[in-house]
Design a protein around this ligand. Structure first.
Ligand code: FES
Length: 116
């Protein structure tokens, strides 16, 4: 899906620091819902479904650049999706997210650049 065009998902100002918004798969066209997280002025996007047992990462806790799964507390890097705490052993899928003219643009399936 590398030829995918960015999707305008919401205004950057609508997502507070430490918050997350989950974009349904029917909107993204991706195989999973995608959650956009805000950490300070940076935005990140990961598959919403935890690669361990399918909890919603969008309902987790954001801390120190990581998202903690609400079910078994595995943690994933927001920037790379790399799992940093068991019990999950597989990384979370990341996606490109950028802020252009105050709008959050999500490109499912495209690797992230540096934080938006
Ligand atoms: S479902 Fe996420 S760590 Fe188990």
């Amino acid at each position: 899906m590398s030829d995918q065009q960015p999707i305008d998902v919401f205004a950057a100002a609508d997502l507070g620091d430490g918050d997350a918004k989950t974009i349904p798969a029917k909107v993204t066209g991706w195989s999973d819902a995608i959650t956009v997280f805000r950490d300070g002025d940076d935005f990140y996007a990961l598959d919403d479904t935890c690669p361990h047992e399918k909890a919603s990462l969008g309902e987790g806790w954001l801390e120190n650049g990581e998202i903690e799964c609400p079910l078994h507390q595995s943690r994933f890097s927001l920037k790379t999706g790399v799992v940093t705490c068991l019990p999950a052993t597989r990384n979370a899928r990341t996606h490109r997210v950028e802020v252009v003219d105050g709008r959050v643009l999500l490109t499912p399936g495209l690797a992230p650049t540096d934080a938006a």
